[in-house]
Design a protein around this ligand. Sequence first.
Ligand SMILES: CC(C)(COP(=O)(O)OP(=O)(O)OC[C@H]1O[C@@H](n2cnc3c(N)ncnc32)[C@H](O)[C@@H]1OP(=O)(O)O)[C@@H](O)C(=O)NCCC(=O)NCCS
Length: 123
Amino acid sequence: MIKLGTDIIEVIRIKNSIEKYGEKFLKKVFSEREIEYCKKFKYSDERFAGKFAAKEATQKALMAKMPDTTFPLNQIEIQNDDFGRPVIYLTGELEKYNQKYRLEVSVSHIKEIATATTILVEK
Ligand SMILES: CC(C)(COP(=O)(O)OP(=O)(O)OC[C@H]1O[C@@H](n2cnc3c(N)ncnc32)[C@H](O)[C@@H]1OP(=O)(O)O)[C@@H](O)C(=O)NCCC(=O)NCCS
């Protein structure tokens, strides 16, 4: 069984939220590790937008499998491995799904837009 989710977002929307709500917005949506990763880059808004798109794409893949369940964005963590590849870790209440499902995500971003696609495979 395979499920798919995809998302696209304007970088300016994330930029505006960060400017308007600052740390409150960042901490509501992103993990400490994600914040630390994105802030390392010159165009950090683009990185945040990429992670945001990856979270929403993952939400969609999970919802495709479990339509009645909610998947908070801050419990879908998008880390980067030693090669820079994005890796999904479900945390908190969602942690239990790590054993059950394999999740793969691909992320891309340019100055204006970020996009991501997630595949869910039942183990
Ligand atoms: C990885 C690569 C294809 C990204 O392409 P790009 O057009 O520059 O950038 P995109 O916006 O399309 O993609 C960027 C995203 O790709 C993902 N990514 C990075 N490295 C990746 C890899 N090796 N494989 C798959 N995805 C990768 C990341 O999620 C990244 O976004 P993030 O850092 O904000 O999470 C390109 O940088 C490349 O070919 N690099 C060669 C490998 C390399 O230099 N590795 C350095 C670390 S050892």
